[in-house]
Design a protein around this ligand. Structure first.
Ligand SMILES: Nc1nc2c(ncn2[C@@H]2O[C@H](COP(=O)(O)OP(=O)(O)O)[C@@H](O)[C@H]2O)c(=O)[nH]1
Ligand SMILES: [Mg+2]
Length: 361
C-alpha cells in the first residue's frame, strides 16, 4: 500500500513527509528532483496485546509507504502545470494525501501569488478530472471499435461502466465519492483513474492559526468531503520539529501548545482507516504480525497478501476476531467451544481485527 503526498509547490509536502516518517531531508536532498519514499509503522494497541500473549520472536506492525510525490511545475503562464510526468507519478499510489497550504509565510511565496485553500483544493480536482476524462475518451473510442469487431461479453460490460464514469466526471464529480460495485471496481482497477483514489485533504496551518483550525477544516469539509474524501488539519512546522524530539520532550512540547495528537499519529490513523485500509493478524510463537488489506477484501485475497501461493493454493481460513480471542483469554480452544473460532471459505469478507490462519494445499 502506497500513499502519495501531493500538493502545490511550497504547501508543506516535504515538511509533512519528514514529520510522519521521522526522517530528516537536508537541503540538497529536498532540492533533488526525485521522490522521497518512507515506510511508516502503523501503531496498533491490539498487536501490542497479542505480543504480550504470545511472546513471539518478533512483532511486525502493519506499515504504509508514503511518497513525497514530485513533478508539479510552474507552467509558462505562471500558474502550476500538471504535467503528464506528474500525473504518472500520482497514478502509482493507492491513495493520496493532498497537502493544502493555509499558513502564511512571506519568505516562501505561494506559486499562484496568494494563499487560497479553496482554489487550491479545486485545482487538484479539476486537473485530475480532466486527466481522467481524456483517458476515458481514448479508451471508450477504442472499446467501441473492438466491440464492432469482436462483440465479447466482457467488452460489452466494460463500455457502459466507462460511459458512466465519463458522465460523472463531466458533471465535475470525482469518482472516489461515487459508489461502484465490487465487480465494477475490479474492472476499473487497470485504468488507475486519478479521481478514484481515496483522498485525505490535509490543511497545513501555522501555529498562530490554531484558533481557526476547526472552522477552516469544517469549511473545506462542507464543500469537499465525501464517500472517500476526508479533511483534516495539521501544523506542519510544529509537527516536524516535534518528530525530532524524544517521547518525553514531545509530550512537554504538545502540552505547551495544547496539541492532543501529533500529525504523525493523526495522519497515519486517518490515512489508514479513512482511506479504506484495515488490519488482520497472524499470530504464533515465531511472529505476531498485522497485515494491511483494503476493506472488502475476501479471505483468499487477504491470504494472497501474506504470500501469493496462499492465494492460488487457498483452501480455508481459520478465523477468530481479536475481541473474541482476548475475551477468551487468548485461548483458541475456548474460542472454538463458543463458536467464535470458525472455518471460512474464499469469499469470507475479512474484518478489521480478525486473527487468521490460512490452510492451503
Ligand atoms: N510558517 C510555516 N512555514 C511552513 C509550514 N510548512 C512548511 N513551511 C515552509 O514552507 C516551505 C516549503 O515547505 P516544503 O515542505 O518544502 O513544501 P513542498 O514544496 O510542498 O515540499 C519551507 O520553507 C517550510 O519551512 C508551516 O506550517 N508554517
Ligand atoms: Mg518538497
Amino acid at each position: 500500500m502506497q500513499i502519495g503526498i501531493v500538493g502545490l509547490p511550497f504547501s508543506g509536502k516535504s515538511t509533512l513527509f519528514q514529520a510522519i516518517t521521522r526522517t530528516h531531508l537536508d537541503t540538497a536532498a529536498l532540492a533533488r528532483a526525485e521522490a522521497h519514499h518512507g515506510v511508516v509503522k502503523v501503531p496498533d494497541a491490539r498487536l501490542d496485546k497479542l505480543t504480550q500473549l504470545f511472546s513471539p520472536k518478533r512483532t511486525v506492525h502493519a506499515s504504509i509507504e508514503f511518497v513525497d510525490v514530485i513533478g508539479l511545475k510552474k507552467g509558462e503562464s505562471g500558474s502550476t502545470q500538471f504535467t503528464t510526468n506528474f500525473l504518472g507519478n500520482v497514478k502509482n499510489n493507492d491513495a493520496l494525501v493532498q497537502v493544502v497550504r493555509v499558513f502564511a509565510n512571506d519568505a516562501v511565496p505561494h506559486p499562484d501569488g496568494s494563499v487560497d485553500m479553496m482554489r487550491d483544493v479545486a485545482a487538484f480536482d479539476t486537473e485530475f478530472i480532466l486527466a481522467d476524462l481524456a483517458m476515458l475518451e481514448t479508451r471508450i473510442d477504442r472499446l467501441k471499435k473492438q466491440i464492432l469487431k469482436t462483440p465479447e461479453e466482457a467488452l460489452k460490460r466494460e463500455l457502459p461502466l466507462l460511459e458512466k464514469c465519463h458522465h460523472l466526471l463531466e458533471q465535475e464529480k470525482p469518482l472516489r465519492n461515487e459508489s461502484f460495485s465490487k465487480e465494477e471496481l475490479h474492472l476499473l482497477k487497470t485504468y488507475q483513474l486519478l479521481t478514484l483514489k481515496p483522498m485525505l485533504i490535509a490543511l497545513n496551518l501555522d501555529e498562530t492559526q490554531q484558533p481557526i483550525a476547526g472552522e477552516v477544516t469544517a469549511k473545506v469539509s462542507a464543500q469537499r468531503a465525501g464517500h472517500q474524501t476526508k479533511v483534516l488539519s495539521f501544523f506542519g512546522k510544529i509537527d516536524m520539529e516535534m518528530s525530532e524530539l524524544s517521547v518525553e520532550e514531545a509530550k512537554a512540547f504538545m502540552a505547551e501548545y495544547g496539541i492532543k495528537e501529533s500529525a504523525l499519529d493523526t495522519l497515519i490513523r486517518e490515512a489508514y482507516l479513512l482511506l479504506g485500509l484495515q488490519s488482520f493478524f497472524t499470530v504464533g510463537e515465531d511472529e505476531c504480525r498485522a497485515w494491511t488489506i483494503r476493506k472488502g477484501m475476501n479471505a483468499q485475497e487477504s491470504a494472497g497478501v501474506i504470500h501469493s501461493d496462499f492465494f492460488s493454493k487457498f483452501i480455508r481460513a481459520e478465523v477468530v476476531h481479536y475481541d473474541h480471542f482476548v475475551m477468551h483469554d487468548g485461548s483458541f480452544a475456548k474460542a472454538k467451544e463458543t463458536g467464535h473460532w470458525r472455518l471460512e471459505g474464499k469469499e469470507y469478507l475479512v474484518k478489521d481485527g480478525d486473527i487468521i490462519s490460512v490452510r492451503h494445499s
